[in-house]
Design a protein around this ligand. Sequence first.
Ligand SMILES: NC(=O)c1ccc[n+]([C@@H]2O[C@H](COP(=O)([O-])OP(=O)(O)OC[C@H]3O[C@@H](n4cnc5c(N)ncnc54)[C@H](OP(=O)(O)O)[C@@H]3O)[C@@H](O)[C@H]2O)c1
Length: 318
Amino acid sequence: MKAIILKQNGGVENLILSEVEKPKIQPTEVLVRVKAISINPVDAFARQNKQTVQAILKPKDEKEVIILGWDISGAVEEVGAKVKQFKKGDDVFGMVNFVGQGKAYAEFVAAPADQLTLKPKNISHEEATGATLAALTAWQALVNICKIKKGDKVLIHAAAGGVGHYAVQIAKSFGAYVIGTASSTNRGFVLKLGANEFIDYISEKFEDKIKDADIVLEAIAGNDHLLRSLEAVKKGGKVVSLKSSPEGIVTDKVVKKEIIFNRVMVRSNGDDMKQIAKMLEEGKIHSHISKKYDFKDLPKAHQQIETGKTRGKIVVVL
Ligand SMILES: NC(=O)c1ccc[n+]([C@@H]2O[C@H](COP(=O)([O-])OP(=O)(O)OC[C@H]3O[C@@H](n4cnc5c(N)ncnc54)[C@H](OP(=O)(O)O)[C@@H]3O)[C@@H](O)[C@H]2O)c1
């Protein structure tokens, strides 16, 4: 089968379209013929950094062939002996083996059945694959960790990005009052997603405008930004970070304001995927796919995600 392997850590020229052996499935796995893959910032970090590869993919040794990627949508080709919930031909989607090796940049992926769910018939494979790592992150941060509820005031940073655009929609579907941050070019996009307010992070200081959020979804790196987010949350409120944990004066502020601080690390989870699939099916959330790439052009998708300016999701189609 065709796969894109990572020759060595570095630039996109290290992503090589190759012929490799089709994976063999375990009894608890299904073999998925991949129709669409989504690309996330972590894909580019892993391509560039050996430490990220060691921490997330945990290769056995130096010789192991590295295939990046975790987000897939496709059709079940083969079913493991212990798998009851899927049959050959089912359309499924999910984030495979995160943390671990998803090996998603390939024509076929061996995926644990309990990490997948059925693709709703009313959405495409592109829309489905978009709503895997990014949507799971938003779901696990807001629902599982912060226990978001009706009436919560929620500040979502990077609201126009992969995670953020699902987070805005999920928060709205729970009846929250949502404020999204992005640059002015994304004002219309974020408001259309359902945000009640928009803050342009270039011309405005969000912490001057918001001081009583129940929840802040922190998506920007660095202590400085986190410190500002702590200004925007009310005493006893919740901050959930996709990036840093508090250090130094930030920790003092967390303690003083009695903030419930969590750093999220997304995990593969078929039950969470089912909730996301239901919301997609019911039209409560949708995937905004800003660009599709052919499989051979996957390196270009890495270059796009590295800009930090992607709107919604970018996907690769096979
Ligand atoms: N811990 C975890 O498990 C986990 C999981 C997923 C993602 N993450 C991390 O979370 C971050 C967001 O992920 P993503 O997939 O949503 O990334 P993404 O799709 O690349 O995010 C791009 C968006 O970020 C916006 N943005 C950039 N700088 C901003 C700022 N200072 N304030 C507000 N918005 C800003 C951009 O809007 P403009 O173009 O308008 O600037 C753009 O729409 C990444 O750093 C990623 O690595 C962590």
